[in-house]
Design a protein around this ligand. Structure first.
Ligand code: C2E
Ligand code: CA
Ligand code: CA
Length: 760
C-alpha cells in the first residue's frame, strides 16, 4: 500500500488535494489567471460610464472634491437623464457652507438616484464586519440625502482582488457593496462573488470633467446609463488580473459584470484536479502509445480549456491543483523513466547490475554473478536484434534453475541475482547444478551456441550491496579466466579489490612520479652479431607492493580502462629512447607491445599518426608487437587498423607466435613483418626434437612469407648458435641482455659490442 502511495500517479493526486485545503496553490492560480486574462479580455458592455474629475489645480495633492464643484458636475448630468449616479470621490465638506448646501440640494433633486461610494482597504481574509475607523464616512448631511455603498475587496497574497461580499456591516449597519449595487443584486446572504476580469477596463466609456461641462461628448452617451463620478488622484490601486495594479473602480465594474452572469459559482480546486487526474490515470493505463499520448495531452489541456470555458458562464474553477498535479506527475514520471533507463541494460531490457547495487540487501542472502564464456563471440555472431533475446534466454535459464524471479543483466555476459544463503557445500552443489543446465546449447533464432558458465559468489553479509556485487563480479571474472566453475569471494580479497578499483588514479600517479618506467631489452642481428634493436618493457616499482610484474598490472589497467593512457605513454618514452639510439648513426629498431584490447579501437590509427607527427619520427623505426589475438573483440576492425598502421610505415610483429590458437589464422589475415617465436619453444630447442622441428618449420614458413623471425628467451650460447644454424634472423634473451633501464642498457650495448668484436 505504502509503495502504491509513492507512485507518480498517487503523488499527483495526494499532494495537490492536500494543498487545495490550504492557500499554497494561490500563486499557481494567480499566474494562470493573469496569463489567461492578458490573452483575452472583452469590451465593457457600456452600461456604466465614468465621469472623471480632473485633478484640483489649486490642491494637486488633494484626494477630495470641493462640494460646489461636484454640485456643478451633477447639475450637468441631470438633464442627460442617467439611470443613476454614484459619487466615487470623497467630498470636501464643512469649509464652504453655501457650497455644502448647494450640493445637498442638487443630490436631493435627483430623487434617490445618487449614491455615495465609500472605499476601504483590501482585506486579506474577508470579514463582513467593520468599524467606522476602517472607512472615511461622508458627513451626515449628505448621507441623509444619498445612500451609501461600500467598496471593499478581499485580496490575495499580492493584493489582487479576489472576491467581495454582497454587503458589509459597519458599526452595526448593513451597507450594500458597490459592485452588488451596480449590478442591482443586493443579497443579504453572507455570501461572496468574484469579479469578471475578462472586462477590459480600458474599454469602459469615460468622459472627462471638462468635456462634460463643455458638452463635447457623444450625445446620448450618458442617457439611461449608470454614471460613476470619480477622481483618480491619490487613490490606492488594486491588482486586476491581466492588467496589473489599477484604479479600484475597474474592479467594482468587473464585479458588477461578474454578478450579471446567469450563474456565479465558485467550485474551487477539486473539479479540475479530478478531471485532470482521471485523464492522467486513463493515459497511464492505456495500452497503445497513441491513446496514452492523446489522454495525457487532454489532461494537460483540461485546465486551459475547462477553466476559461466555465468562466464565460460565470463558473469559476481553480486550476492550481490540476496544474500542480500535472507537474508532479510529469516530473515523477520523468524521474522514474530516467532511473529505469540508468538501471536497465538497453539490449535485453533486464535490470542491470546498478539496479541490483541500488537495492537494499536483506540479511542472509548470497550475491551471485554468473558470467557466460565466449559471450562476446556469441554476440559477434548474432545479428544485433537478437542480442537482447540472447541475454533474456540466458536469464530465463538461470531464473528457472535457481527459482529466482529477477535476474540482473550486466554488460559483457554477466548475470546477477541474490538468493538465500545455504551452507557453502549446498550452495556450491546448487551452482554446479546450474552449470549443468548450460551444457545444453543455447538456441537463439536459427543460431545454436555451445557455451559454459562460471560463477562468482559473495557471502560477505553486512557489506553494502555495491561492494558485494563488485566482489561477486570480480570473482566471476576470475572463475572465467581460470576456467573454474565457482570462485568464492573471501573478505581478505576486499583489499585486493579496492586496490584494483583505485588503479585508475594509481597508474596516473605512477606515471607522474616515475614509479612506472621502461626497461629496454636488446635484440640482436644473428647474422651480423650485433645489437639491432630493443624491446621496450614496462616496469612498476610500487612503493609499498614492490615491483609489480607487467603481466599483472597490464591486465588490471585494461580492466580499469587505463590501458590507452599507459600505452601512449610507453610509445612516447620508447620514441625518446629510439631517437637517442639512432642519433648515434646506426639504425636501431624499437619494439613496443600493443594490448589486444586496443587493436580494434577506432581512435588507434589517428593517435599513432598524431604521435608520429608530433615526435617527427620515421614510423619504420617502430615495431608494434601484437599478441593474444583470441581476445580481440572486433577482428575486422583490428585487421583494418593494423593494415593502416603498417601502411603508415610501422613494422608489425606477431608476438608469442605458436602459443595463441589463432596464430596461423593471423598470419593469413594480417600483413605482418615479423614473427616472434615464443620462448617456450626456444627454451626446449636443444632438448626436444619436436620443438626444434616446429622452430625450423616456422622459420621456413616465415621466410617464405617474407617475414623476419625473432627468437625470444635465448638464455645460453648453445641455443643462440643453434638458432643461427636454423637461419633465425634476430635473437632476444637474457644471454644477449636483460631488460634494463635506459642508461644501463646503453652501457651494456657498448660492452657487448666490444665483446663481439673480441671473438668474431
Ligand atoms: P613479452 O612481450 O613476451 O615480453 C618478453 C618477456 O620475456 C619480458 O617479460 C622479458 O623480461 C622476458 N624475457 C626476456 N628474455 C628472457 C629470457 O631469456 N628468459 C626468460 N625467462 N624471460 C625473458 P616482462 O617484462 O615480465 O613482460 C611480460 C609481458 O608483459 C610481456 O611479454 C608483454 O606481453 C607485457 N608487456 C610488457 N610491457 C608492456 C607494455 O608496455 N605494453 C603492453 N601492452 N604489454 C607489455
Ligand atoms: Ca613483446
Ligand atoms: Ca613474447
Amino acid at each position: 500500500m505504502l509503495k502504491k502511495l509513492r507512485t507518480p500517479l498517487f503523488l499527483a493526486l495526494l499532494i495537490p488535494a492536500l494543498l487545495a485545503l490550504t492557500d499554497f496553490l494561490t500563486p499557481i492560480d494567480h499566474v494562470f489567471w493573469n496569463v489567461r486574462h492578458k490573452l483575452n479580455q472583452h469590451q465593457a458592455n457600456g452600461s456604466t460610464v465614468i465621469v472623471e474629475l480632473e485633478s484640483d489645480s489649486d490642491h494637486p495633492d488633494s484626494d477630495t472634491v470641493a462640494a460646489p464643484r461636484l454640485a456643478r458636475v451633477l447639475e450637468q448630468l441631470r438633464p442627460q437623464m442617467p439611470y443613476r449616479v454614484y459619487v466615487d470621490a470623497p467630498v470636501k465638506y464643512g469649509t464652504d457652507a453655501a457650497g455644502d448646501r448647494l450640493l445637498a440640494e442638487t443630490i436631493r433633486s435627483f430623487g434617490s438616484g445618487v449614491s455615495l461610494v465609500v472605499r476601504g482597504q483590501t482585506v486579506g481574509s474577508l470579514g463582513h464586519t467593520f468599524t467606522l475607523r476602517d472607512f472615511r464616512m461622508p458627513p451626515k448631511a449628505l448621507s441623509d440625502v444619498a445612500p451609501i455603498v461600500v467598496s471593499v475587496w478581499n485580496g490575495n497574497f499580492i493584493d489582487y482582488a479576489v472576491s467581495s461580499p454582497y454587503s458589509v456591516n459597519i458599526a452595526g449597519r448593513d451597507y450594500p457593496t458597490f459592485a452588488a449595487s451596480l449590478a442591482g443584486k443586493y443579497s443579504g446572504l453572507q455570501d461572496t462573488f468574484e469579479p469578471d476580469f475578462l472586462v477590459e477596463p480600458d474599454t469602459i466609456p469615460k468622459v472627462g470633467e471638462r468635456m462634460l461641462l463643455s458638452g463635447s461628448y457623444t450625445p446620448g452617451l450618458l442617457t439611461g446609463r449608470t454614471i460613476v463620478v470619480t477622481q483618480s488622484q491619490n487613490v490606492p490601486t488594486i491588482g486586476y488580473y491581466g492588467k496589473g495594479r489599477i484604479h479600484p473602480l475597474a474592479v467594482d465594474i468587473a464585479g458588477a459584470s461578474g454578478l450579471a452572469k446567469p450563474i456565479s459559482l465558485s467550485l474551487g480546486q477539486l473539479p479540475l484536479l479530478i478531471i485532470s487526474w482521471l485523464l492522467i490515470r486513463a493515459g497511464s493505463r492505456a495500452d497503445s502509445r497513441k491513446s496514452k499520448f492523446t489522454l495525457h495531452a487532454l489532461a494537460v489541456f483540461a485546465p486551459f480549456v475547462f477553466a476559461p470555458a466555465l468562466q464565460l458562464i460565470g463558473v469559476t474553477v481553480d486550476t492550481g491543483a490540476a496544474l500542480l498535479s500535472l507537474m508532479i506527475y510529469g516530473v515523477a514520471r520523468a524521474w522514474q523513466l530516467r532511473v529505469r533507463r540508468v538501471q536497465h541494460t538497453s539490449t535485453s531490457g533486464l535490470p542491470n547490475l546498478l539496479a541490483l547495487s541500488a537495492q537494499p540487501l536483506e540479511v542472509g542472502r548470497d550475491v551471485i554473478v554468473a558470467v557466460i564464456g565466449r559471450y562476446e563471440e556469441i554476440l559477434a555472431t548474432l545479428p544485433r536484434d537478437l542480442h537482447g533475446e540472447c541475454a533474456r534466454q540466458i536469464a530465463r535459464r538461470l531464473s528457472v534453475g535457481s527459482g529466482i524471479e529477477t535476474i540482473f543483466n550486466g554488460e559483457g555476459g554477466h548475470f546477477a541475482w541474490t538468493e538465500e544463503a545455504r551452507p557453502l557445500e549446498m550452495q556450491l552443489n546448487h551452482l554446479e547444478g546450474l552449470r549443468a543446465l548450460f551444457s545444453a546449447p543455447l538456441q537463439i533464432g536459427t543460431y545454436t551456441f555451445d557455451t559454459n558458465i562460471h560463477f562468482g559468489l559473495d557471502r560477505n553479509e553486512g557489506l553494502d550491496a555495491q561492494t558485494r556485487v563488485n566482489s561477486a563480479l570480480a570473482s566471476a571474472n576470475d572463475a572465467l579466466s581460470s576456467g573454474r566453475s565457482v570462485e568464492l569471494f573471501e573478505a581478505e580479497r576486499l583489499a585486493e579489490a579496492s586496490w584494483e578499483l583505485s588503479l585508475h588514479a594509481r597508474i596516473d600517479e605512477g606515471l607522474r612520479n616515475g614509479e612506472i618506467w621502461l626497461a629496454y631489452q636488446s635484440q640482436w642481428d644473428m647474422r651480423l652479431g650485433h645489437a639491432c634493436g630493443a624491446e621496450a618493457l614496462i616496469r612498476w616499482n610500487h612503493p609499498t607492493r614492490g615491483p609489480i610484474a607487467p603481466d599483472a598490472f597490464i591486465l588490471q589497467a585494461e580492466r580499469a580502462g587505463r590501458i590507452d593512457a599507459l600505452t601512449y605513454w610507453v610509445v612516447d618514452e620508447a620514441i625518446t629512447a629510439a631517437l637517442a639510439l639512432n642519433a648515434a648513426g646506426q639504425r636501431f629498431q624499437m619494439s613496443i607491445n600493443l594490448s589486444a584490447q586496443m587493436v580494434d579501437k577506432p581512435s588507434l590509427v589517428s593517435n599513432f599518426a598524431e604521435i608520429v607527427r608530433r615526435r617527427n619520427i620515421d614510423a619504420r623505426l617502430l615495431t608494434i608487437e601484437i599478441t593474444e589475438t583470441s581476445s580481440v573483440r572486433n577482428r575486422p576492425a583490428a585487421v583494418q587498423n593494423l593494415s593502416q598502421l603498417r601502411a603508415m610505415g610501422f613494422r608489425l610483429s606477431i608476438d608469442d607466435f605458436g602459443t595463441g590458437e589463432a596464430s596461423l589464422a593471423y598470419l593469413a589475415d594480417l600483413p605482418s613483418d615479423e614473427l616472434k617465436l615464443d620462448r617456450r619453444f626456444v627454451s626446449r630447442l636443444l632438448t626436444h626434437d619436436r620443438e626444434r622441428s616446429i622452430i625450423s618449420a616456422t622459420i621456413g614458413l616465415a621466410h617464405a612469407l617474407g617475414q623476419t623471425v625473432v627468437a625470444e628467451g635465448i638464455e645460453d650460447d648453445a641455443t643462440y648458435r643453434a638458432l643461427v644454424e636454423l637461419g633465425c634472423d634476430v635473437g632476444q634473451g637474457y644471454y644477449l641482455g636483460r631488460p634494463q633501464a635506459f642508461p644501463e642498457f646503453c652501457q651494456g650495448l657498448l660492452k657487448m659490442g666490444q665483446r663481439r668484436f673480441g671473438f668474431v
